[in-house]
Design a protein around this ligand. Sequence first.
Ligand code: GAP
Length: 516
Amino acid sequence: MHTPDLMEKVISLCKRRGFVFQSSEIYGGLNGVFDYGPLGVELKRNLKNAWWQAMIHHRDDVVGLDSGILMHSMVWKASGHADSFSDPFVKCPACSRHFRLDKVFEEIQTSPWFQALAKSMEKPQDAGFLLRWAKGPGKSLAPNLSLVKDPEVTFSYIADLHLAFKGATLKFEDFVRRLGSDDRGIAHTPCPNCGASLPDEGVAANLMLKTSLGPVEETAEKVYLRPETAQGIFVNFTNVLDSTHRKLPFGIAQTGKSFRNEVTTKNFIFRSREFEQMEIEYFCRPEQAEKFYQEWIETRFNWYLSLGLNQEKLRHRMHANDELAHYAAGCTDIEYLFPFGWSELEGIANRGDYDLKQHAKFSGKDLQYQDPVTNEKFYPHVIEPSGGCDRGTLAFLVDAYHEEVVKDSTRVVMKFHPKLAPIKVAVLPLLKKNDGIVALAKKIKSELQKDIVCVYDDSAAIGKLYRRQDEVGTVFCVTVDVQSLEDGQVTVRHRDTMLQERISVERLHQYLKERL
Ligand code: GAP
């Protein structure tokens, strides 16, 4: 199910209220890079903190790490990234856009020209409607599509087209490729942007971004900006082991920036060129790997649920054998139903002993684990739960977005879990010209802000202030009114239910802390 409207609404809210901005916007923007505004940085930081707390502080078997973004270039030789970290892509000969070969059909499915075509196919049609579409809307939407450029000829190649409309088994891919038949009737995948025939073979380009270290360009050392945080963990395996005296099983976790020269950067912060990951490498005895693999799938799934993500929009997807790396014993994605369809939020991989063995081979160092009781030496196996902060942030943003009709007007409310909400409490004076009310509201705010993220706002009437806070997901609004000056009580308004209750100023701090 695609809900593009929701995506547009969330993107617009993100910009309007300061969650996420396009990078370098005043210069026309930098494709695939985003900046987090005042509220976005709080939301993303809350997400990372929740992860760190649950995965490290609340467990006995995982420790943290913060390794450098730049690493020795041999790291990427050993990991395989230098030689084979690529997504084959195709370039449209007409409009010069690039597309990932493995994602072209997904892109076509959501392209304006195919969406328009699919819409006109919703009602039963005679076969001639394709010609009408080609000579009508197709001209502006997909000017380079064979069907549009040469309708009669292409149409004649679509021999069994009518079968498709009768629900026969013409596959989406086959149908689409027939629309792009060339003048000899050979089918081609059309460009999702302009409809021109794309090359059948993809070109592989390494996804890692390069930079150089050293002041003199010619002699500077070429290094990569890491494409994942995981390798920083593997190369520190013995450092952590020796300094912490850990015994198997144990994990090393880190969050941090990663960089990939992605071919396509669609869907806002879902796939960008600079992003943050939250990764754990969990080391265990080989015979326990399957058990911990299953446990981590469950642990990570439940973590998303614990922060309020809608269970109906979350699912597992086990990788088929032909999707797995040659060394991997299994991989399961946690997928979320984004407005553009089910997509990966996090992957949990059972990686065997590949990574440590590779680094041992390339570095010449002994990276084996020695059992303290039996003295047996071996390479631990690794379970890797690897998630993205930006993808996580996007999932929580779209999941939180709600529109409700209240008294004939629409209230937009971001129902973030209290742990994730960027602002926990807003303190609002009912009358900003009443010195007593303003003084009490400011006093309450300065008391609360010692350990609760809160704001003070007196820039509009109370109804408007509530709506503004709802739109950014503020969990509670505390309103100070004339009566507060007499009875020492304030109104606490709950974001989701809009219920209001009177709470004494003395009890307020405790009351809020218990609910956040
Ligand atoms: N160490 C394993 C690894 O990096 P991955 O599936 O390539 O695996 C893990 O990435 C997670 O990182 C993904 O599930 C996703 O959440 C996030 N991620 C990967 N590429 C991304 C991109 N270009 N933009 C945003 N997030 C990305």
